[in-house]
Design a protein around this ligand. Structure first.
Ligand SMILES: Cc1ncc(COP(=O)(O)O)c(C=O)c1O
Length: 395
């Protein structure tokens, strides 16, 4: 057994401590900001949430940012604000996290899946066009891995059919396309601030929009759909009334305090993510059977995932690759089990395997390698060494 024997075949793992595929970077500034919030008057939604929303709106270049408890609840709110309901169809991609379908599922609308463009792994505008019916009201494209979809082509389809677009940009906070940040597209854009994402608030999400009416609706739904100052009750300061069925998706000032610092550190996180992806690109460029993520000319990416595809020429299957990497103590992940494979989407909406060939072919080969700003150069070396060792021994 040589030093290069993969751990799954009895060699020494490349590292003794586990390396996860993602994770937060929290420093003293975040800790101080959260403690300061904790010692202030507000531990529920207060001035720090306003500050966080303003910082995100300014960064993205939009009028309004509405913070919520997660990317998932942000998508639910966006679906409600869009007015989707029973009888409507809302198109999304099968290669995504389940929550991309929630603007449809949680409003009684039907999530309609359309296949992907395998190069970017995002909604194929032609497949979207083919999926449109008289009942189609909305579109939820997802920027897979942090690389934007074909935004202009999808907006053209939306314009042709007067669709409301909710961009699931959970992966893409910090990415720029054509010189501007992802997030200013109509009608609403959703971010997630889960710890593996580009910035974090623990749990958290945001809907951003330039539309005043949508922003008002989002804010109202976030907080019980309550009218806090109804007409005709000026002398009754306690008089607050529910005008519809809302939620309590209010974010705390503790989370917002964290978020404000994380937005401020975005450039640092982006630089590190780009350094790591450049090292991976260089190491894997010539490796047969391993396809690295595509980055288009006009895109300045802040990749959330470094998702590669393991093809036949690599010498082992994706399943063998994942298990062998785990034996090396390098914890890779697969994004995602396609929506139409989930029992919920099969039982509730009649989907079945075999319906989306491009998605399925990509899914069979997909693996996300570790990528997060807290990785040091030694961690990156370990990942490269583990992949290289596996490649040599698989052929
Ligand atoms: C594409 C996508 N959409 C939505 C979500 C939901 O975000 P959250 O975890 O903040 O609810 C995620 C998170 O994993 C995601 O990856």
């Amino acid at each position: 057994m040589t030093d290069e024997t993969p751990a799954i075949r009895g060699g020494q793992p490349v590292r003794s401590d586990p390396l996860g595929y993602g994770g937060q970077s929290i420093g003293d500034r975040e800790t101080e900001a959260v403690v300061e919030a904790l010692e202030s008057d507000y531990i529920t939604r207060g001035p720090r949430v306003d500050e966080f929303e303003e910082s995100v709106a300014e960064f993205v270049g939009v009028e309004h940012a509405v913070a919520t408890t997660s990317g998932t609840t942000a998508l639910q709110l966006a679906g409600r604000a869009a007015g989707f309901g029973a009888g409507d169809e809302v198109i999304t991609t099968p290669l995504t996290f389940v929550a991309s379908a929630y603007p449809a599922c949680h409003t009684g609308a039907e999530p309609v899946l359309a296949d992907i463009d395998p190069e970017l792994r995002t909604l194929d505008p032609d497949a979207v066009r083919n999926a449109i019916t008289d009942d189609t009201e909305g579109l939820v494209p997802m920027h897979y891995g942090g690389h934007p979809c074909d935004i202009d082509a999808l907006l053209d389809v939306a314009d042709e059919h007067d669709l409301t677009v909710i961009w699931d940009a959970s992966h893409a906070f910090g990415t720029r396309v054509g010189g501007r940040p992802v997030g200013a597209e109509r009608d609403m854009v959703v971010f997630s601030f889960h710890p593996v994402k580009n910035i974090t608030t623990g749990e958290g999400g945001m809907v951003v929009t330039d539309d005043d009416a949508l922003a008002r609706r989002l804010r109202s739904l976030r907080s019980f759909d309550m009218d806090y100052e109804p007409d005709g009750h000026d002398d009754e300061p306690w008089y607050q009334v529910a005008t519809g069925l809302g939620y309590n998706y209010n974010v705390t000032d503790l989370q917002a305090a964290l978020g404000v610092v994380q937005v401020d550190r975005l450039a640092e996180f982006k630089r590190r993510r780009q350094e790591i992806t450049a090292r991976y690109d260089e190491a894997f460029e010539e490796m047969p059977g391993l396809r690295t993520p595509v980055v288009r000319e006009e895109v300045d990416p802040m990749l959330h995932l470094y998702a590669v595809e393991i093809g036949e020429a690599f010498g082992c299957s994706r399943e063998e690759f994942v298990n062998a990497m785990h034996a090396e103590n390098v914890y890779v992940q697969v994004h995602y089990v396609p929506l139409h494979y989930h029992p919920f989407f099969q039982e509730e909406y009649g989907y079945e395997r075999g319906q989306f060939p491009e998605t399925e072919a990509v899914y069979e080969r997909l693996v996300s390698l570790p990528l997060f700003p807290g990785m040091d150069d030694g961690d990156v070396d370990d990942v490269i060494r583990a992949v290289t060792r596996l490649h040599r021994h698989s052929r």
